[in-house]
Design a binder for this molecule. Sequence first.
Ligand SMILES: Nc1ncnc2c1ncn2[C@@H]1O[C@H](COP(=O)(O)OP(=O)(O)O)[C@@H](O)[C@H]1O
Ligand SMILES: [Mg+2]
Length: 231
Amino acid sequence: MNLLEVKSVCKTYGTGEAAIHALKNVSFSVPRGEFVAIVGESGSGKSTLLHMIGALDLPTGGKVFLDGKDIFSMDDHNLTIFRRRNIGFIFQAFHLIPELTVEQNILFPILLDYKKPDKGYLEELLTVLNLTERRNHLPHALSGGQQQRVAIGRALITRPALILADEPTGNLDTQNSSEVIALLKKASRNYAQTILMITHNRSIAASADRVLNVSDGVLTDLGGVSNEKLS
Ligand SMILES: Nc1ncnc2c1ncn2[C@@H]1O[C@H](COP(=O)(O)OP(=O)(O)O)[C@@H](O)[C@H]1O
Ligand SMILES: [Mg+2]
């Protein structure tokens, strides 16, 4: 069964003459464990698509099924819990909690669910994200790249079935960026986590299992793509 099914999703912002048709009848599905890159020009609708799939905003039409569940049919309370347990968000705005340390920020989604943290996985994430020596620091004492890596750790700690990432390596240097991509790939290979990642980096997109292109609100499946074909 597909982990994710997007069916005829439309999103229009505004009305009348000011209406912007950001998504036009977008349909696709993603099997469990697939690593999908989303590419397309600025303003084409990529972020809007991830917002719909994460149920952060309502579409104008269409449905999204995650693990067989119609996410827009849930009430706010159930949706909040479902989202926390099943979706990891890695967006441009980090939304770290200023009063909590690096380690506490990463563990936060686990603690909200009254679950016991997997200490081994926490250490692995801190190591791969190069945050071990910063684990007791507060967010204000970190660089932008370090804050982004904390947000990535927080998205991964619950091992969510679906990870939605909007240019997750946008603020990182080449070294950190390839480590983060390797970490996401490992998550998809080892734990069958499904990853949808917006990227402008051609070689990162070429290394994905599949590439989806968004152009003026229309989605096209490019399949597995070589670096040359993406230029
Ligand atoms: N909250 C919003 N209100 C009105 N228009 C929006 C909003 N968010 C995005 N848009 C518009 O929708 C289109 C798609 O935007 P977006 O999904 O952010 O594109 P991308 O992520 O590919 O750069 C753009 O024309 C943008 O201006
Ligand atoms: Mg965007």
